[in-house]
Design a protein around this ligand. Structure first.
Ligand SMILES: [Zn+2]
Length: 288
C-alpha cells in the first residue's frame, strides 16, 4: 500500500429487502451501546430525476432517485461516505451545475444538505475528520465544502483524473465540488481506514476512472456501499450498464467483484435505487 498524502493548492434480493424492514430500531446515540462496534446510518441529501437510460442504457422513461450519504460511527471517530450535493443546487442548479443541470431535475430542499443532516444528529460538521468519496461527481462530493476539517480519502486514479482537463470534461467533473484545500489521502486498491477491517475501500473502477465502493463490517454482517458502481438492483442482477460509462470492461469487472462479495454474504447497497432506498432506515435509525 503506497498512500500518498498531498494538499491541493487552490482553491440480493427480495429476502434482503424484506429483512431490512424494521431493523433500524435503535435511535442515534453514541452512549447507547456498550459494544465497541461500528454503526452505520443512511442520510438522504436530496433527490434527482432523469431519463432512466442514464442508469439503464436503452431503457425508456424517467427515474426519481435518492442522493445518499452515509455516516459511520467508529470508536476512532465519525466517517462520511460521500457528501451529496452542494446547497447551491437547491436555489440555482444551472448556476452550480452548468450544462449538467439540463440532464436532471433537482429536488433538493434546505435541511437536506449534509451539514444539516449532521446537525440534525447533533454532530458538528467541523468535527468530522474523515470523508471517503466514492468518486468526484457533483452528487457525491458537492457537500465536501461543508465538512471543512475532514481528510478526503479517494482512489489515486480518481483524484488524478479530477485534475486533468480532458478527463474532467469527459467525466463531468467540476473542481468547485472537490477543490477546497482539504487534506487528500490518495489510496490504491483496498484501504483499511482504521486498520481493523471495519471500514475498507473496495476499488470498483468503470463508472469513473477511479471509483470506489466501501465495505462496512457491522455486527449483523458486511455491507457494501456500492455507490455508482451499481446504480440499481437491475445493474448487478442483469449487468445492465448505464448509457454513459468511463470503461464498460472495468465496470463489468467491478460488478462481478460485487457479486462475489454478495455470494460471501455481504449485502449490497445500491447507489441510487429508489425502490431499495424505501427499505433503508434513515438516520437517526441505525442500519443493522
Ligand atoms: Zn451518483
Amino acid at each position: 500500500m503506497d498512500d500518498r498524502w498531498s494538499r491541493i493548492s487552490s482553491t440480493n434480493n427480495q429476502v434482503w429487502w424484506e429483512s431490512l424492514s424494521g431493523v433500524g430500531e435503535r435511535r442515534f446515540g453514541r452512549s447507547a451501546s456498550s459494544k465497541n462496534t461500528v454503526k452505520l446510518y443512511a442520510m438522504t441529501c436530496g433527490w434527482l430525476s432523469a431519463d432512466i437510460g442514464m442508469m439503464l442504457g436503452r431503457a425508456e422513461g424517467h427515474i426519481h432517485f435518492p442522493i445518499p450519504a452515509y455516516l459511520i460511527e467508529h470508536p476512532k471517530g465519525c466517517v462520511l461516505f460521500d457528501t451529496g450535493m452542494h446547497p447551491d443546487c437547491q436555489h440555482d442548479p444551472h448556476q452550480r451545475l452548468g450544462e449538467m443541470a439540463n440532464m436532471f431535475h433537482v429536488d433538493f430542499r434546505p435541511g437536506e444538505e449534509i451539514k444539516s443532516r449532521l446537525e440534525q444528529l447533533d454532530i458538528d460538521p467541523a468535527s468530522i475528520k474523515h470523508v471517503i468519496n466514492s468518486h468526484l461527481h457533483f452528487d457525491h462530493t458537492g457537500g465536501n465544502e461543508l465538512v471543512p476539517n475532514a481528510k478526503i480519502i479517494i482512489q489515486r486514479r480518481e483524484w488524478e483524473a479530477g485534475r486533468i482537463p480532458e478527463l474532467m470534461e469527459a467525466n463531468g467533473y467540476n473542481a468547485t465540488d472537490y477543490d477546497h484545500g482539504h487534506l487528500i489521502q490518495q489510496v490504491e486498491g483496498e484501504y483499511d481506514l482504521f486498520d481493523d477491517g471495519s471500514i475498507v475501500t473496495i476499488p470498483t473502477f468503470g463508472h469513473t476512472p477511479g471509483h470506489q465502493s466501501l465495505r462496512v463490517s457491522l455486527d449483523g454482517g458486511d455491507i457494501i456501499l456500492a455507490a455508482d458502481a451499481c446504480y440499481l438492483r437491475e445493474t448487478i442482477e442483469d449487468l445492465h450498464l448505464p448509457k454513459l460509462v468511463y470503461s464498460r470492461e472495468e465496470m463489468i469487472e467491478s460488478l462481478l467483484t460485487l457479486r462475489r462479495l454478495r455470494s460471501r454474504g455481504a449485502r449490497i447497497f445500491y447507489g441510487h435505487d429508489p425502490r431499495f432506498w424505501k427499505q433503508v432506515p434513515q438516520a437517526p435509525l441505525e442500519i443493522k
